[in-house]
Design a protein around this ligand. Structure first.
Ligand SMILES: C[S@@+](CC[C@H](N)C(=O)[O-])C[C@H]1O[C@@H](n2cnc3c(N)ncnc32)[C@H](O)[C@@H]1O
Length: 254
């Protein structure tokens, strides 16, 4: 029927850039949901699409605007954003797993933002993501007599996310759940740095003098699985999907 069909058909999802799966066309109106500092937004714009980056964090939107002059960014919560006219596609990279309050509300707002037949393309952490890192955290917290760390993410199974998309008025064209071991170049002190960077909320209630020894223990526990001679590797697992808003589905916003 359309270029989108052929794009979804031939792009090998695993490892290919997400923008290739999205396949933006010149002139299309596309939202980048959870855009952060806007690097994925810029990739979409490079293909000639008219793109709007939305992010819940004002400091991210400020940085994105400064780094990408000429592109449009706005502050908005993915659970509750509204758009004045329908878009051709919504894309999201590495952001949906941070939107933990109500995943169905996010999907409902994406649906409402799309024209019938519009596409929703995304990649997020899937079930099992960072399992070794998380297990090391949980053990270290226990060893130090702390309660279970409250993790700030939502890592769905493929079946669970597929059901949410289908119940939310989408037809799934591609869904992939794959290991993506990734070098932790941004974390010279390994798992300890990873906790500080990606899960700082879990440290909020830890007594300050306990933080360093606690994270040293996380490193000891995670090292056998994740530390290689060449450096630390995170045990990422990604869920990647491409879906179409059903032409005759209606939107019920929560
Ligand atoms: C890991 S960053 C990914 C940024 C970007 N998509 C990229 O690929 O580099 C996750 C982003 O999701 C945003 N985010 C988290 N929860 C959100 C929400 N409920 N609504 C909108 N943005 C949200 C965060 O502020 C952050 O900028």
């Amino acid at each position: 029927m359309s270029t989108y069909d052929s794009a979804f058909g031939y792009v090998s999802a695993h490892g290919a850039p997400l923008v290739d799966l999205l396949d933006p066309q010149p002139g299309e109106k596309i939202i980048d949901l959870g855009c952060g500092t806007g690097s994925f937004t810029a990739d979409i714009a490079e293909r000639g699409a008219e793109v709007l980056g939305i992010d819940g964090a004002p400091e991210m939107v400020a940085q994105a605007s400064a780094l990408n002059p000429g592109l449009s960014f706005t502050i908005g919560d993915a659970h509750d954003f509204t758009i004045s006219e329908p878009f051709d596609a919504v894309a999201s990279n590495a952001a949906l797993h941070w939107m933990t309050r109500d995943p169905d509300a996010v999907i409902a707002h994406v649906h409402a933002a799309l024209r019938p037949g519009g596409r929703f393309v995304g990649e997020l952490g899937g079930a099992g993501n960072c399992a070794e890192l998380i297990a090391a955290m949980q053990t270290a917290w226990r060893v130090f007599g702390l309660g279970e760390p409250e993790l700030p993410w939502y890592f769905p199974t493929p079946a669970e996310y597929a059901a949410r998309l289908e119940d939310g008025g989408f037809t799934i064209r591609l869904l992939e759940h794959a290991d993506r071991p990734s070098r932790m170049t941004e974390c010279p002190d390994g798992a300890a740095d990873w906790v500080r960077i990606y899960a700082p909320s879990t440290l909020a209630d830890v007594p300050p003098e306990m933080v360093d020894p606690l994270l040293a223990r996380v490193n000891e526990l995670a090292a056998p699985a994740l530390r290689r001679e060449s450096g630390w590797v995170a045990d990422y697992v990604r869920l990647r999907f491409a879906a179409i808003r059903k032409p005759n589905s209606s939107t019920t916003l929560p």
